[in-house]
Write a protein that binds this ligand. Structure first.
Ligand code: FA5
Length: 354
C-alpha cells in the first residue's frame, strides 16, 4: 500500500517509523454501516442499526468523533471533513432504507393470504313470521290451495257488509277498528285498515265462479290491548273452499292435517262451537301448549248470506272458511311465549330463530 497525501501519517513506534492511514476508521465505519443498512429488513432492525452507528450515547460515530481531536493540527480539517461526510452518507442512506421498508411493510399488511380459512359473512335472515308465512304457503299449495292477494286498505263492503256484519254490529265500532280519517273510497265511503283477511273471501268470490280453493296471507290491524298473545298488527291466513259438497268434516280434517304438518304429529287441536256472522256453524280452533290451550283461529261453513252477497246460489254450493293467526303458530313453532318479541326488532333475539 502506497502512502497518499493527506491521509497517511507517520507514527514512530520504538525504533520504527510506520505509516498509518488516519482515515481508514472512517472508511471501515462507512462500509460497515451501509452493509448493515442494506441487510436490515424491518423497521425494528433498522432502528438497531441506527443506534449502533448513529446513536448519540455509545454509537460508533462517537468513537470517530474522538479521532478528530486526536488528529494533528494540519490533518484535522481533512479528518473533520471526512467525519461529516460519512455521517451524512450514513444518515441519508438510513432514511432512504427506512422509507422503503415502511412502504413494504404497509403493502405486506394489505396483502391477504388466500390459503387462510375464510370467516363467513354475517348475512341477514328472514324474520320468523316471514319464514312461517312461506311455510304456510308451501303447505297449503300441497293441499291444492291457490295463493291470492288482497289489499290492506279496505272499504266497509269487503270488511263488513258482504261478510254479513250489519251496520249496528259491535265489530264495526270505530273504536275497534283503524279507520283512515283522511281517506274515502271513490264512491265516498269510509276506508279502514282491514281487521281480518276474510275480506279476501269476498274479493275472490266476486271475481271468480265456483269451485274456489284459495288461501290469502297478510297483515291485519286491530286496536287490541297488546299482551303476550295480542298485537295491534298481526298476520292471518284466510282459507276458502267452495264446491258442490263441501263439509264441516273436511274442514276439521284439513285444519288438523295442516297443524300436524306444521307443528308435528303430536300437536293437539280442539274445535269449540263459536259464532262468526259469516259462518254457520262456526268454531274456534285451539292448540294445546303446555297445560293450557291457545286460540289459533276461527272457522266454519260459509253463511248463505255471504254467498248471496257475491252472487253465488246457496242452494247450489256449500263451502268452508277459516282464518288462522300466523303469529300464534310461529310462537309455538319457535317456543316463543310472547308475541311482542317478534316486533321488538332485537336482532340478537331474532337471529336465533332460524
Ligand atoms: C277472525 O278474524 C275471523 N275472520 C276468522 C274466520 C275466518 C272465522 C273465516 C270464520 C271463517 P278472530 O278474530 O278470532 O277471527 O281471529 C282469528 C285468529 O287471529 C285468532 O284465533 C288468533 O289466532 C288471531 N288473532 C286475533 N287477534 C289477534 C291479535 N290481536 N294479535 C295476534 N293474533 C290475533
Amino acid at each position: 500500500m502506497r502512502p497518499g497525501t493527506g491521509r497517511w501519517i507517520v507514527v514512530v513506534a520504538g525504533s520504527e517509523a510506520l505509516f498509518m492511514d488516519i482515515l481508514k476508521p472512517f472508511d471501515d465505519y462507512e462500509t460497515a454501516a451501509l452493509a448493515a443498512i442494506a441487510s436490515a429488513q424491518t423497521a425494528a432492525e433498522l432502528e438497531q442499526v441506527r443506534i449502533e452507528f448513529l446513536g448519540q450515547k455509545k454509537g460508533r460515530l462517537r468513537e470517530l468523533q474522538a479521532l478528530i481531536g486526536q488528529a494533528a493540527g494540519e490533518e484535522r480539517p481533512a479528518v473533520g471533513r471526512r467525519f461529516n461526510e460519512v455521517r451524512t452518507v450514513v444518515t441519508q442512506r438510513l432514511q432512504e432504507r427506512a422509507d422503503a421498508v415502511a412502504v413494504q411493510e404497509a403493502a405486506d399488511q394489505e396483502r391477504f393470504d388466500v390459503t387462510l380459512p375464510g370467516t363467513p359473512p354475517r348475512l341477514g335472515a328472514l324474520h320468523p313470521v316471514t319464514q312461517t308465512i312461506n311455510r304456510f304457503r308451501d303447505l297449503m299449495g300441497r293441499f291444492g290451495f291457490e295463493v291470492v292477494e288482497g289489499p290492506e286498505l279496505e272499504d266497509e263492503r269487503h270488511n263488513f257488509e258482504a261478510l254479513n256484519i250489519p251496520p249496528d254490529h259491535p265489530a264495526r265500532d270505530p273504536l275497534d277498528n283503524f279507520y283512515i280519517a283522511t281517506a274515502r273510497t271513490t264512491s265516498g265511503g269510509p276506508v279502514l285498515l282491514r281487521s281480518q283477511t276474510s275480506t279476501v273471501q269476498i274479493r275472490t268470490m266476486e271475481k271468480q265462479s265456483p269451485p274456489v280453493r284459495i288461501v290469502s296471507l297478510g297483515r291485519v290491524y286491530r286496536p287490541d290491548t297488546i299482551d303476550r298473545t295480542h298485537s295491534c298488527m298481526f298476520h292471518q291466513m284466510e282459507g276458502l273452499m267452495v264446491d258442490r259438497n263441501v263439509t264441516m268434516a273436511q274442514l276439521k280434517t284439513l285444519l288438523t292435517l295442516f297443524a300436524r304438518a306444521f307443528l308435528g304429529p303430536d300437536v293437539k287441536i280442539r274445535f269449540r262451537p263459536s259464532f262468526f256472522p259469516f259462518t254457520e256453524p262456526s268454531v274456534e280452533v285451539d292448540m294445546k301448549w303446555g297445560d293450557s290451550w291457545m286460540e289459533i283461529g276461527g272457522a266454519g261453513m260459509v253463511d248463505p248470506n255471504v254467498f248471496r252477497a257475491v252472487g253465488y246460489d246457496p242452494e247450489e254450493v256449500t263451502g268452508f272458511a277459516f282464518g288462522l293467526g300466523i303469529e300464534r303458530f310461529c310462537m309455538k313453532h319457535f317456543e316463543v311465549d310472547d308475541i311482542r318479541r317478534f316486533y321488538e326488532n332485537d336482532v340478537r333475539f331474532l337471529s336465533q330463530l332460524q
